[in-house]
Design a protein around this ligand. Sequence first.
Ligand SMILES: [Zn+2]
Length: 612
Amino acid sequence: MRYPQTFLDDLKRQADIVRVVQDYVQLKKKGANWMACCPFHKEKTPSFSVSPAKEIFYCFGCHKGGSVFNFVMEMERVSFPEAIKLVAEKSGVPLPKLIDDSRFEARRNEADAVIELNKWALEWWEQQLESSGEARIARDYLNSREITDETRKTFRMGYAPDSWDALSIHLRQKGATQDQIERSGLVVKKEEGGSYDRFRGRLIFPVMDIQGKPIAFGGRTLRNEDAKYINSPETAAYVKGRNLFGLNLTRDEIRRAGFVILVEGFLDLIVPYQFGVRNVVASLGTALTPDQARLVSRFARKVVVNYDGDNAGVQAAKKAIAILLAEDLEVKILVLPDGSDPDEFIRKSGVSEYQQQRGLAQPHIQFVIDQAVRDRKLSNPADKEAAIDEVLPYIRVVRSRLQKREYFDIAMDSLRIGDTTLRRELWHSIRQGTGEGARAGEETKTTINRAAVKPTVAEIQLLELLLNDETVRRNILPKMEPADYGDLPTASIFRAIVAIENEGTGVDFGRLSSQIDETDSAAELLPMLLMGDATPDNEDQENVRPKAEKCLDALRLMNINGKIRELHAEISEAERAGDETKLVRLSVEYSELNRLRKSFEPQSQIAQAENA
Ligand SMILES: [Zn+2]
């Protein structure tokens, strides 16, 4: 699927990068730019800047930078098409129809329809909870749980009246068809045809997607029915195990805190939130899924699992550990005293006691070992073997080789396995496994990073001047030959500038990036170069051209020096081979290059900055 180019151009023009970024970080105006503390790395003094004129952001600390789309991709951890959609929504630019993928389109329309009905239902349920006489039972329940009106409104809780068709009637009055109502999952279809309201006489908790749209609901009984909670079925808008409850409200705090507390139920999130613990998400009943773990990893690399302290909770926590480790997350386990869940515990013991307990959360490996040796005697060989079998899978899934070894040693010591041969065998049995593939992938990534472009000072200055100063482009580009930059690591940027200048369009981030191959790591330098201060406002415009010329000279000198080095090698080779004719030709070349080099030397102090 693709968006039409005209739409993308249009969106780029209309999307105000400052406004979009401001949704995520507090920007302060400074000169022509806006500054903030970087959302991508920890810092105390702002080095993150946004240039509305250049339509880019750049962090002088961690060097992340790019367009408004790159920013949203990085912030929301979404793909490019998703980023486009988000930017369009934030900028109020209507999305065009995607032409190629009609099935995707149909599903999206259906999902939108479900969300629309969910919105109608939710607004109505909220009203019921707020003011209907019947909802007193729900309001009493919330009071008994010390949940304030503010919290109720923040989480948009509602009350579904105890009726078979009150909601259906309301939805029909709003204009929904029976077919739409049935597809929304808000009703249960009857075999003989027709349907009845799914949620009756229940306190409603909406599940929002990350943008805060209601995609599903949970309903809690207020009359001690068998089913304490019932939930929406899967619909076009809702796939189970893909979302985390609360994330739309807590994601910024999660990012700030650097870790997330994972809980199970609605109130396990809502109550801590009300008391100020806001880096929390809830997995909601079903076992944590890999999709949910991946979603968590977009916002934090560390997870504190805080499930119920009862046996079911412990089992669920163990499953969650394995899923989280496979996503390369660091996992700790918090088990509250007396089997309390976070909701009870915070109401009973207070938030500072909770935070203190949280500080004592165990590393996952310790928790797993404790569980494995509980009710077992390590002096009994069969018990010991069972304990080993229980622990090893949690070490096998760890991706980092180093951590894996560390956890392994902790486990061996705790399980009192001293025999070196046995240890070696066990290590061998878990060394291979999912970790190896992942590790291989990591290595490739580091290699790419290491090979990243290392341009010289002269190169950077010249590019900054060319990119940010039209006069320099007009005067210097015609003097440049492809040979001047062809061998440089930034050659692709020079070529892009020349191409854009020849087209007669303006040099900007979007055009530059589209000219440079995605796999070319030089592209990563663009935000830095565009933000570069080679041409500060106060600098005498007349100095700019000579400065650019000096840089160009320095590049040419570097080129000559490189060629001379090559010639040296060739001359030694010819001498060894006794190839007289070649030697004569090479020496002529050599003295020509040497003369050329001398002609540069007096003017090019910048050449000394050459870090070859
Ligand atoms: Zn940064």
